[in-house]
Design a protein around this ligand. Structure first.
Ligand code: GLA
Length: 405
């Protein structure tokens, strides 16, 4: 995978840069440890996680890098390379409500771990820390920078506190931080996708019961690129929560006609159509996206396992149409990227990825389609919007890990 443009920074350089900034922020001295946690791109199963459906995310080889040092008191100091200033809290006096800053993500995780008695190491030492966040993942672009930060924080803190590092503990801390503290009603996909990632594989996750398996990606079948529309999703939280609420309302209205169903994913497509009047036009569209996406995602799994990259790509493109017309989470920029990409020879499919309302599109292409496509996208996009989209190629990455200091 991955011949499209966009230089991949060398990890050693990123770590060295973080080390220097860490010392500039928190002072010199030893004891600094480094961690990485990936972002993810979801190939199929759009907006299915909170509807109990299957999803197919792949972890990226880009993500959050963090540098961390223990303190001998109970103060926690958080800083980020992309933001000025340091946030300081005591472990015994963590904020009860979100502060509206980037630090809400790590603070939400910290609160969860502290409340669950995981903040001190086995010898009862003080749990204070200095942490600097950096990385090479576009923020707010639909590549799960938030789960990369929350899972990475949980992983690094548990390691520093000499606690067992169980991915499920990290996932729970990440979900609690984002849902209960930050206030985004996100599904389970993102923390699972990054915490359980395995290089060279995608994660098949069934969000109804959180069962999962790793499915190998064949690099000779297709390459994956991500194109950033440059429209920030920062203001999209309200729209996302609104879609979650619409799906739960649709399920409530469908329930009498599908008594066996435990979530919207379980409702047969015929029942959705038969209940059109009960749903009304808006909820009918939302439910149509969900049930059709469930069918497409199972078909995509079959195509992947059969090595049928063309069929897989066609399903990816069909998902974009459903997200645009039924779920209504696309933007003119994302539609343009998808259209331009699909017109290029060798491209098998394209769709917006993540929640939508801006952020990135993902492109599935025959290996080697690369550079020409990046140029065509840049030219076509610039002609319409007067600026260049960022194009990233990537290798599928592994999960969170500590790096050699
Ligand atoms: C966001 C959420 C995920 C998922 C996707 C849409 O990224 O965080 O939980 O719902 O949108 O598939």
């Amino acid at each position: 995978m991955g011949s499209l443009g966009g230089a991949r920074e060398h990890e050693a350089g990123l770590v060295e840069d973080l080390r220097q900034r860490f010392h500039a922020t928190f002072g010199d001295g030893g004891g600094v440890r480094f961690f990485f946690c990936p972002g993810r791109v979801n190939l199929m199963g759009a907006h299915l996680d909170y509807n109990g459906g299957p999803v197919m995310p792949v972890a990226l080889d880009r993500g959050t890098y963090l540098a961390l040092r223990r303190r001998d008191d109970d103060r926690v100091l958080l800083a980020a390379t992309l933001s000025g200033g340091t946030i300081e809290v005591g472990l015994a006096e963590l904020p009860a409500v979100a502060t509206g800053s980037w630090a809400d993500y790590p603070l939400g995780v910290l609160r969860h771990l502290v409340h669950h008695g995981r903040a001190l190491d086995a010898r009862g030492n003080a749990g204070g820390l200095e942490v600097l966040y950096g990385g090479n993942l576009p923020i707010g672009a639909g590549l799960s920078s938030s789960a990369s930060i929350t899972v990475g924080t949980a992983f690094a803190l548990l390691t520093a506190w000499q606690r067992p590092v169980d991915p499920l503990v990290a996932i729970r801390a990440a979900l609690s931080g984002e849902r209960e503290f930050v206030g985004v009603k996100c599904g389970i996909m993102d923390p699972y996708a990054v915490a359980l990632a395995r290089r060279g594989n995608l994660l098949w996750l069934d969000c109804r019961d959180a069962s999962y398996e790793h499915l190998p990606l064949d690099p000779s079948a297709f390459e994956i690129a991500v194109v950033d529309s440059g429209v920030s999703r920062a203001l999209a939280r309200g729209h996302f929560n609104e879609r979650v609420a619409q799906c739960s309302e649709a399920f409530e209205r469908l329930r009498p006609a599908a008594p066996e169903a435990r979530c919207l994913r379980d409702v047969p497509a015929e029942v959705v159509e038969a209940e059109a009047a009960a749903l009304g036009p808006l909820l009918l569209k939302r439910a149509r996206h969900v049930v059709s996406e469930v069918a497409r995602t199972f078909a995509a799994r079959d195509a992947l396992l059969a090595g049928d990259a063309s069929a897989f790509g066609a399903l990816v493109s069909a998902t974009h149409e459903s997200l645009r017309d039924q779920y209504e989470v696309s933007t003119p920029e994302l539609d343009a990227i998808v259209e331009l990409a699909r017109a290029w020879p060798g491209v098998l499919g394209a769709r917006l990825t993540g929640a939508g309302f801006g952020g990135c599109a993902v492109v599935i292409a025959r290996p080697g389609t690369g550079v020409g496509l990046a140029d065509a996208l840049a030219r076509g996009f610039q002609a319409r919007f007067g600026r260049m989209p960022a194009v990233y190629s990537f290798q599928s990455g592994g999960g969170p890990r500590e790096l050699a200091a």
